[in-house]
Structure formats: structure tokens, C-alpha cells
Design a protein around this ligand. Structure first.
Ligand code: FAD
Length: 309
């Protein structure tokens, strides 16, 4: 019987592992198919406190894992297949093997929705990105025309943020008005650096042969006309998909599939806590995920202490 199982080895899961390991709970930490989580897919992280010259995403996550293991965390390359939260102890099936635990921290993260057009995947990290806050300040985007795809609050926020660096930000949206909240839409459209392109979709990102983004092919959905728009970066903001499918009938989720918490990191099921991007559709940063991992660890520790009183 485990005292605590942590699902996920992103910033949230590994921070929870550091805290619960230091509390002598010997957490079992499961990496899933992406050890180190989403941050391992980026080269330089410039906004994680403590690294004034920036740090490689993979190295940061390796260090977090080492820190957790130093205090006794058991990190396993394994995936949770199913969960049963209907009775005590909590039961999990991990790569086909049953495991029981007194408490559970879910830190399964969220993936980005992709456009699914030619050139997108191959040019990821070479000009195609899913996070303006993370990548917008990179030298390759400075004083260049940039494209943001989407029409919701996130797309508007990304576009506004990018006006600090870009020469022009083209906001490509499939409809003829923004889905974003009114105040956000008004602010975005009032910004002289942002040029909306309505009723239009991106059908291709160019140029894989050059190994960098040089432009996008656009199609107007009303007229079916196509055009090439030169740009140095494509910021895709068409939504996220939280990795919460395992829990869809057992824990409360919001309309977009994110975990809903009751107090702190707690869920409606005693002993089950959530942390990081799977429970956060607003901030989605390494440091906020780490902070939520810390909260979940402290909440789990207190829950276990209460059981043993
Ligand atoms: C390209 C890119 C660049 C970024 N750059 C920055 C940046 O510069 N600064 C910044 O602050 N943020 C950045 N971010 C955002 C940051 O990566 C995320 O906010 C952070 O990784 C969220 O951490 P998390 O622990 O919540 O989830 P994740 O990092 O997504 O980790 C989720 C973990 O859960 C595991 N998992 C999922 N399902 C299962 C399962 N069934 N069983 C076992 N394990 C499972 C996964 O394998 C993974 O280990 C960037 C994101 C991307 C995509």
C-alpha cells in the first residue's frame, strides 16, 4: 500500500514529489508517456525564477526529478490505465498492475489543440509555438510580422502580448467577430499593431524545406480565395485539452474538461488532490504548476496526518 501516488512528472507532479518525499511519504511518481512533462519540449525557459541566464527545459525537469529522488521519491516510467475512487483505499491500474494508495495527486497536465495543417508539426519550435508568454520574447520573433490563430480570450491575450515584440500581429480567425470577452475583444481590435483577418483559416505553414517559418497559406472561408502571408512565427491559440479523461465520470470537471477543486487542491473525493495545468485553464505556466504541486503535497500530507490521528 502506497501512502501517496502522484500521476505526472511535469512541474506540478515533481514539485509535489519533492514536498511529499521530504515529508517521508516515499511517493510513487508515475511519468506517463512524457517524462518531465511539457517543459521538456522547449529549449530555453527564461521565466522560471532562479535561473537568470535561462535554463533548458529538459535540464530543469531532470533536476526536479533528481531533487525528488534525493529525498526518496520512487519515479517510475509507467502510465495509469484506470482508477477506482469509489472506496478506500484508492485503486489504480498502472501498466496492467494493480496498486493501492491512501492518497492520490493528479498532475496530468494539458495538451494544446493543434491546427492539423501541413508544416505545423515539423516547424514546431522553429517558429510554430503554442505559448506567447513562453516564446514571444525570443530573438527570432523580434520586429517581425507574426501570426496568431484563434478568436477567444487566449488568442487575444497572445496577440496583445506579442505586440511588444512584433512589427505586426495578424490575428487569423475563422469567424467574422471575436469569441473573446467584450472588453478583451475591444482592447485587441483597438491595438494599432494587431490586424484581424476574418473568416479565414490557415491551411499550411511554410517553409519546412527551409527549416523555419516564412509564412502561412490562408484560405478565406467565404470566397475560397487563397493567399500567402509572410511571417516569422505562428502562435496557435485554438484551445487546450486537459488530460483528465481517466477521471471524467468520477471527479467533477468544468465544461472544458478541467478539474474543479473544492478547497485548495482538494476534490470532492477525500484524499484525491489535483495540481498543475489539468486544473488550471488560466495561467498554465511552469511556476504556477509547481506552486499547485506544492499545495497538493501539503494538502495530501495533512490529509494523511488526519487519518493517522
Ligand atoms: C513549447 C512549450 C514551451 C513552454 N515554455 C514555457 C516557459 O518558458 N515558461 C513557463 O512557465 N511555461 C512554459 N510552458 C508551459 C509549461 O510547460 C506548463 O505550464 C507546465 O509544463 C505544466 O506542468 P504540469 O505538471 O501541470 O503538466 P505537464 O508538464 O503537461 O505534465 C503532465 C505529466 O502527466 C503525465 N501523464 C498524463 N497522463 C498520464 C497517465 N495516464 N499516467 C501517468 N502519467 C500521465 C505526462 O506524461 C506528464 O509527465 C511551455 C509549454 C510548451 C508546450
Amino acid at each position: 500500500m502506497e501512502k501517496v501516488v502522484i500521476i505526472g512528472t511535469g512541474c506540478a507532479g515533481l514539485t509535489a514529489a519533492v514536498y511529499t518525499a521530504r515529508a517521508n511519504l516515499e511517493p510513487l511518481v508515475l511519468s506517463g508517456t512524457m517524462p518531465g512533462g511539457l517543459l521538456t519540449t522547449t529549449s530555453i525557459v527564461e521565466n522560471f525564477p532562479g535561473f537568470p541566464e535561462g535554463i533548458d527545459g529538459y535540464e530543469l525537469m531532470t533536476r526536479m526529478q533528481q531533487q525528488a529522488e534525493k529525498f526518496g521519491a520512487k519515479v517510475r516510467f509507467a502510465t495509469v490505465d484506470s482508477v477506482d475512487l469509489s472506496a478506500r483505499p484508492i485503486k489504480l491500474v498502472i501498466d496492467g498492475e494493480p496498486v493501492e494508495t491512501e492518497s492520490l495527486i493528479v498532475a496530468t497536465g494539458a495538451g494544446h489543440r493543434h491546427l492539423g495543417v501541413p508544416g505545423e508539426e515539423i516547424l514546431e519550435k522553429k517558429g510554430v509555438t503554442y505559448c506567447a508568454t513562453c516564446d514571444g520574447a525570443l530573438p527570432m520573433f523580434r520586429n517581425q510580422p507574426l501570426v496568431v490563430v484563434g478568436g477567444g480570450d487566449s488568442a487575444c491575450e497572445e496577440a496583445m502580448y506579442l505586440t511588444r515584440f512584433a512589427s505586426t500581429v495578424y490575428l487569423i480567425h475563422r469567424r467574422d467577430s471575436l469569441r473573446a470577452s467584450r472588453i478583451m475583444a475591444e482592447r485587441t481590435l483597438a491595438n494599432p499593431k494587431i490586424k484581424p483577418v476574418w473568416n479565414t483559416v490557415v491551411t499550411e505553414v511554410l517553409d519546412p524545406a527551409l527549416g523555419k517559418v516564412t509564412g502561412v497559406r490562408l484560405k478565406n472561408l467565404q470566397t475560397s480565395t487563397e493567399e500567402l502571408l509572410p511571417c516569422a512565427g505562428v502562435f496557435v491559440a485554438v484551445g487546450h485539452l486537459p488530460n483528465t479523461q481517466l477521471f471524467k465520470d468520477v471527479l467533477p470537471l468544468d465544461e472544458n474538461g478541467y478539474f474543479l477543486t473544492t478547497q485548495g487542491s482538494a476534490t470532492k473525493i477525500p484524499g484525491v488532490f489535483v495540481a498543475g495545468d489539468c486544473a488550471d485553464h488560466v495561467y498554465r505556466q511552469a511556476i504556477t504548476a509547481a506552486g499547485m504541486g506544492c499545495m497538493a503535497a501539503i494538502d495530501a500530507e495533512r490529509y494523511l496526518a488526519g487519518l493517522n490521528q
